[in-house]
Design a protein around this ligand. Structure first.
Ligand code: GDP
Ligand code: IMO
Ligand code: MG
Length: 403
């Protein structure tokens, strides 16, 4: 049975760890959205692996698929593959219709951030927004265009007109062609073939629900679709093959980049959680903003994704912190709401209504679930109407409890 792993917050929920953990039960792992803005961490012993484009099933020897909905930066892919055993390349299949990211999109990303001025999004500068925009403009090559004749002049002209120097594009295309040769194919067809043949594919989302271009905290979002309903469309497979979504959530919240964050903390408490949780961006190294668990936002994410099962990560972090607060409603202009969608247009103005139903302080994780963690499981299950199926209590693969 196919399955997907999606992020329920603003990204960095621990999707990479969960995908690596589960990958053994699947034949292939497929990325369906985003690009090298993603940073998915897998820790094995003392070795840390950060995946930006390569699916996080790479260390389990699985087939690695990059679907047509991905924004592919061949330079990043090359660097990432160079860190893996040579045979990993033989397991990669990149869809010919995936959108390419060239150095020009990265320059354009920087230019757009400058234009936004005080409203800058704090993008990862990986050229993601511009690449998807260039796809919508129908000016950019897709992966298979690298293997044929492609007329780059409209794209070059566009960049000249917006003030981005287009030099080096042809050289980049020639280098990229060498990299992708032998890896290009039809990922949707491969997923269908595997599924119909009785195999199973794991779909790995990048970013989180609240960064979805349509459904997230627009305009402080990414430029792709991060929610489960886009999996079949983004891969080119029938909806019935998308499988059940497993939502990943931290037991607190983090966010990198700008935008409203109702439960955000500051001061020493934020510093402590950031330090204990090592909350620094896996792609950009930026300190992540941290805040309490936000049930209002999570209920929305659960509904949007149709999630029935969740994995909760970072329990060990709050076992070192005395306080544990949960946002149960938003307050604005004297009234309260639990409707995240209605709050989206003024998310920066809401105040979190906090409760302290439990604490993880002092929990000791061994083979059994500590009583504090069991309380959290019961609480999350009751509040979100989901089943908690995985608990993560450390960055290492083994620090995982399956319920
Ligand atoms: P992703 O983007 O959703 O894959 O998440 P990231 O890899 O960007 O960020 C999650 C970070 O937390 C990484 O550094 C992981 O190694 C780490 N991590 C994942 N699960 C846990 C956990 O349960 N406890 C701790 N302490 N770290 C974790
Ligand atoms: P993973 O897959 C957290 C954020 C950026 C910025 C906004 C737009 O590791 O969870 P972009 O470069 O996509 O145009 O930036 O989205 N962002 C992420 N935040 N985790 C990610 O991915 C992210 N990918 C993008 O910080 O606020
Ligand atoms: Mg990440």
């Amino acid at each position: 049975m196919n399955l997907s792993v999606v992020g329920l917050q603003w990204g960095d929920e621990g999707k990479g760890k969960v995908v690596d953990y589960l990958a053994g039960q699947f034949d292939a792992v497929a990325r369906f959205n985003g690009g090298s803005n993603a940073g998915h961490t897998v820790v094995l012993g003392t070795k840390k692996h950060t995946f930006h484009l390569v699916p996080s099933g790479a260390l389990k020897g699985k087939e690695l698929l990059i679907g047509p909905g991905v924004a592919l930066d061949p330079v990043v892919l090359k660097d990432e593959l160079s860190l893996l055993p040579p045979e990993a390349r033989g397991r990669m299949l990149v869809d010919g219709r995936a959108t390419l990211v060239s150095p020009l999109e990265k320059k354009f990303d920087a230019l757009l951030e400058k234009i936004r001025g005080a409203s800058a999004l704090g993008t990862t500068m990986r050229g993601i927004g511009p690449a998807y925009a260039m796809r919508a403009f129908r000016l950019t090559p897709v992966v298979s265009d690298l293997l044929a004749e492609f007329d780059f002049s409209p794209m070059e002209q566009f960049y000249v007109r917006v003030g981005v120097d287009p030099s080096g594009l042809q050289e980049w295309a020639a280098d990229s062609r060498k990299l992708v040769e032998g890896m290009v194919g039809d990922v949707g067809a491969r997923v269908v073939e595997k599924t119909e043949g009785g195999g199973a594919v794991l779909f790995e989302a990048s970013q989180g629900t609240l960064l979805d271009l349509l459904h997230g905290s627009y305009p402080y979002v990414t430029s792709s679709h991060t929610v489960s309903s886009y999996i079949p469309a983004s891969l080119g497979i029938p909806p019935r093959m998308a499988g059940e979504p497993l939502g990943v959530m931290k037991c607190y919240t983090t966010r990198v980049g700008s935008g409203p964050f109702p439960t955000e903390l500051d001061g020493t408490l934020a510093e402590t959680i950031r330090k204990v949780g090592n909350e620094y961006g896996a792609t950009t190294g930026r300190p992540r903003r941290v805040g309490w668990l936000d049930l209002v936002a999570l209920k929305y994410a659960v509904r949007l994704n149709g999630v029935k099962k969740v994995a909760i990560s970072k329990l060990d972090v709050l076992s070192e912190v005395k306080e544990f607060m949960v946002c149960v409603a938003y307050e604005r202009l004297g009234s309260q709401t639990t409707d995240f969608q209605k709050s989206l247009s003024h998310l920066g103005e809401v105040r979190p209504v906090l409760a302290a139903p439990l604490s993880l302080y002092g929990s000791k994780f061994g083979d059994a679930i500590p009583p504090q963690a069991k309380k959290l499981v019961d609480y999350v299950e009751a509040e979100l109407g989901v089943e908690v199926s995985i608990l993560s209590h450390g960055e290492e693969r083994a620090s995982t409890i399956v319920l």
